[in-house]
Every structure is written in structure tokens, then in C-alpha cells.
Ligand binder design. Sequence first.
Ligand SMILES: [Fe+2]
Length: 387
Amino acid sequence: MAYYHRLGNIPPKRHTQFRQPDGSLYKEELVSSKGFSGIYSNLYHIHNPNNVQNIGKPTPFDWEIAKEHGLNQTHLKTAGVGTTGKDYLSARKMLMMNNDVMMGICSPEQRKMDYFFKNADGDELLYIHDGEGVMYSQFGKLEVRQGDYIVIPRTTIYRFEFKEEGPLRILVIESKGPIETVKRYRNEVGQLLEHSPYCERDIRPPHEMHTESEKGEYLVQIKKQGMLHPYTYGHSPLDIVGWDGYLYPYALSIHDFEPITGRIHQPPPVHQTFQAWGFVICSFVPRLFDYHPLAIPAPYNHSNIDSDEILYYAEGEFMSRKGIDRGSFTLHMGGLPHGPHPGTVEKSIGAKATEELAVMLDTFKPMFVTTQGLEFVDRNYPMSWTE
Ligand SMILES: [Fe+2]
């Protein structure tokens, strides 16, 4: 959910005759959420969106909780990991999960997808840690670059073309509920308020229609109920000439998130960027430190009795942590306190600013490491506060 947007050609009134140059009707499709009560968009297809030619055998595309991991403050070291698989889907490695959300990494060898993907299980939030490219979807072309969050509403059909040069690394979050801007940042009609750390100008919807009118065989891998269902259509799913509405993928750069700072340490809610069912996403960005003469810039020890807190370290030095690399994840579990490593509190005093960049996911239900995540566990981390 962002704001009303339209792209391409649409008729002046919805649900009315809208004809192609050959006189045939465009095929209207309403993509709606929460039945007919949530946000929606109307799309205009050249071909029938139900023109299925073949349905292949479904294959599992899901992850399992590693129950044996137990109650441990957790560090997943993924810094040294190169590519994680051949293509966009096989490279997707979910490392932590619960019933509301999954989080992992994706560094595919192939930069250009030769199929389309549709996630019918949940909304996706991608964070482009490294890489640059174009996302092609029914809603048009969206250029993406390092530092972008990309919010992809469920059932959006898309494919990526990333540039061949340089590393490619994507942080992937899949959410059962819709990923939205933060409610307390919005006024009663949905506009982002003056105190919001970002506004509509920072939100980048698809900027140009990309219409593929050709017929042929087009594979769409549909994720539903933890399975991948290969659907072949008789035309490109990107056969849209125009659309309008509130439901569409968009990008928001972490570099456009304006930090809120104070005289004393500000709590994580000032960093909140998105909300969803059962979790929030926060952005820690370069900012000035607290300016009270006796301020301690490092955070205090913290027992959050209701949340598990995951940090993904993107760039910069993390003054409260030791042994954390670019690409590390930490999972601090509710039920245990967490806080700065020994020596880092005194060291932080007098520091004026930080260049740190991190994505935080706080869940309201316990988060678990997956069996795939176990291979990245730093076994020494739970004892790393020992003096
Ligand atoms: Fe915390």
C-alpha cells in the first residue's frame, strides 16, 4: 500500500468497454486484497489471464524449523557465502522462520530469469544488498539498485534482470500478511505525515509500462502452500496495457530513510520502516549520535519479553557488537537479555556519528532457525559476552 498510481492506457470508467485496435475487448482483471475491502488495482490485458496451456507437477518449496537449535542468542555468518544457487528460486535460502514470516538470502548465479515467479503465499520484501537491475512485472518496469527495499504484493507476476557485473545479494523476507507503510506515520486518509521518516516522494512505483503481446509458451512458477506449481500460459503474463489502483510493487531506498535522533538513545520504533502481521521492519541508517552531554550512544541491555529481534548487518561498523561481519544475521530471542558486547559501551561515549546500515526484523512470536540456517551458526556467539 502506498498511494494511488496509474500507468499506461486505461478506460475513463472502470468495468466499461475498452477496445483493442482490432476491435476486440481488453480483458479487465481486478486484483484485490481482503476480499473487496482492501487495496486493489484494475489491470487491462491483451489476452485472457486464464489462458493456461499446461500445469506441471508441483514440487516442495518450503523450509523446516531446526527444533534442536534451542534457546540461544544466535549469529548466522553468511558473509563468506558466494552464490547460493543457480537461479532466482533455487538460490533462495530461508534461514529463519515462524508462522508469520520467513527471512533468508538469495545470490543466484543466473542474473536473468528465464521464467516468471508469482508468490501466492505471501507478500515479499526484498532488500538489495548488492546488485542492480530491472524488475519486470504486470505493473511495468521498476529499476532497482543497492539499498532498495522492494515490496511485492502477493500474486504479482515478475521476473528480474540483474546486471552481470559486480556481486548480487538479496535479503528475502516473505510475509503471510500484507507488508505496509507504518500506520502511525499516516493520516486518516493514508497520506504519510510530516513526522514520517520517509514520504510518498521516496516511494518509487513502476515507472514505465512493459507490454509483451506475443503468444507462445510462458512458464510462471507459482508458490502456493509451500509448493512450486509450474503453470504454462499461451502468452506472456506481462500483456498489460495499463492499470490503476493502490496495489502494486514499489521500491523504497534505505538511503531515503531519514533517521530520527535525540539527546538520549532513541528506541528502535523510531527506525520503523514497514509493518506486517506479526512483525515490523526497521532501518538503522547513518546518523548523528545522541547529543546529551552525558549520553551513551551504545544501546542498553534489553529484555524484550514479547519479541525476537533479528538484525541483518548491511554496511559499516557496529559499535555495540564484536565479531559481526557484513552479511551477518543476529537473532536475539525473547526470554534472554541482549546488549552491547563488553567494552563497547565505554568505547561509544563521545562518538558523534555512525555509518552503520542494517535491516531489523522484530517478530511478535518466536522466530526459529531453519535446518538450512544451521550451517551458518556461529557456535561461539552465545558466550561472546563472557568477560
Ligand atoms: Fe533489543
